[in-house]
Design a protein around this ligand. Structure first.
Ligand SMILES: NC(=O)c1ccc[n+]([C@@H]2O[C@H](COP(=O)([O-])OP(=O)(O)OC[C@H]3O[C@@H](n4cnc5c(N)ncnc54)[C@H](OP(=O)(O)O)[C@@H]3O)[C@@H](O)[C@H]2O)c1
Length: 366
């Protein structure tokens, strides 16, 4: 069986992928950055314990290595890399800075561009000709493009065409892969994910990204000031493209098994969830009345609305979007049935997440 090498392995999406790979007996090499107090092995095991609701015993088919994304040979001895990349390998580059604030530009580009460049360098030096390089990108590399975002390369563009540097850095990185494919024959693939959420069947949600970050802020406000009416600057008719983690893992597992894959696939939900539904769900679950008001101006906000608005500095750029993604290549290549996102699933995730958030708070208070 081929070996699967994954960097950023302790992250949310990667660790869920690794869980399934291990269950299906693939040999997995997890590259994790560690430090003196928290070595790579400890950090990886913690990620696996978290997603397995408390229990995980490291199987023999998982090998964990400390690495440094930007260093020569990742800071790993050459002989070790020669062994790891020996034979047929699928390599998945997950590591990324998911920061969005404009101040973090340098860190974002260093991780999401220089890190990818170094990853390709290490891969090209040690991997055999048949090995494949998968770059985990984002569907939001579409930026402010309005139209059907196709499964093809789009040229690099100015920051004014994106909502933040994260989106722009991913577009740049995709083009970096394209250059190595064109010039050196790199066997590259780009997998573009939309907003990854919890498990569609169980509702288990251990990410606090995107709408869950928003939900947590609303929960905290509702706990301190119950039963308030709060206006939020959100277009209720706009939508969020939420892809369940179990769906992402089903897709990723197929990328390992299918030999002939398209270069680019948009791994997004077929059905988006409206902001109206998300706000209503929050009102049903929490003692708060949220009123969407798309033209709400800062000068009209009360202090609570202002706090929510500041906390929405990231989510707000996505509250007026109705993005359209082409998935024909994905659908042709990856034919296994997947769980589709639905309003019921979104509600289950919010219920779980908000319940879990209170548990966490209760624990801290004890
Ligand atoms: N989650 C989503 O909704 C979503 C949507 C679209 C695309 N994606 C893409 O999917 C991938 C995984 O996302 P995720 O949600 O699983 O993120 P995550 O949980 O934050 O994981 C990110 C991983 O990248 C690593 N990393 C960050 N900076 C690094 C650096 N300088 N050197 C080495 N490692 C570094 C992190 O390591 P540390 O733990 O050491 O920081 C972590 O292992 C990313 O490429 C992301 O852009 C995610």
């Amino acid at each position: 069986m081929k070996r699967i090498i994954i960097n950023g392995a302790n992250g949310y999406v990667a660790s869920n992928f690794i869980n399934d790979l291990l269950l299906q007996n693939f040999e997995v090499v997890a590259l994790v950055r560690g430090n003196e107090t928290k070595p790579a092995e400890m950090r990886m095991k913690k990620a696996m314990v978290d997603i397995n609701e408390g229990s995980f015993v490291k199987p023999d088919n998982l090998k964990i290595f400390n690495y440094s994304l930007l260093d020569d040979n990742f800071g790993i001895p050459e002989e070790t890399l020669e062994e790891l990349f020996d034979g047929e390998v699928d390599y998945y580059h997950f590591a990324a800075s998911l920061k969005y604030d404009f101040k973090a530009k340098d860190e974002i580009f260093q991780t999401n561009m220089d890190g990818v460049q170094n990853s390709v360098r290490v891969f090209s030096k040690f991997a055999g000709k048949e090995s494949r390089f998968f770059f985990i990108s984002t569907a939001y590399s579409c930026g402010k493009f309005d139209g059907l975002f196709e499964e093809k390369f789009y040229d690099i563009a100015d920051i004014s065409e994106f909502r933040n540097y994260y989106e722009q850095s991913k577009r740049y990185a995709e083009n970096l892969i394209r250059k190595h494919m064109d010039e050196e024959g790199l066997k590259g693939h780009i997998l573009r994910l939309s907003q990854v959420v919890g498990n569609s069947r169980t509702g288990v949600t251990v990410t606090d990204y995107g709408i869950f970050d928003f939900a947590r802020r609303i929960q905290s406000l509702a706990a301190r000031n119950p039963n308030r009416t709060v206006r939020v600057k959100v277009d209720p008719e706009s939508t969020q493209n939420l892809i369940p983690i179990d769906t992402v893992v089903t897709y990723l597992m197929q990328t390992v098994k299918v030999q002939n894959l398209p270069v680019i696939m948009n791994m997004v939900a077929k059905q988006a969830v409206s902001n109206r539904f998300i706000l209503k769900a929050l009102c049903d679950l929490l003692p708060i009345n949220l009123v969407p008001q798309v033209d709400l101006d800062k000068s009209e906000m009360d202090s609570y609305e202002r706090i929510i608005s500041i906390g929405m500095s990231f989510t707000s750029s996505y509250t007026g979007t109705n993005l359209l993604f082409d998935t024909r290549k994905l659908d042709e290549a990856l034919t296994e049935e997947v769980s589709e996102m639905s309003e019921d699933a979104a509600l289950r995730m919010l219920e779980y997440f908000l319940g879990k958030s209170s548990d966490k708070k209760a624990k801290v208070a004890c």
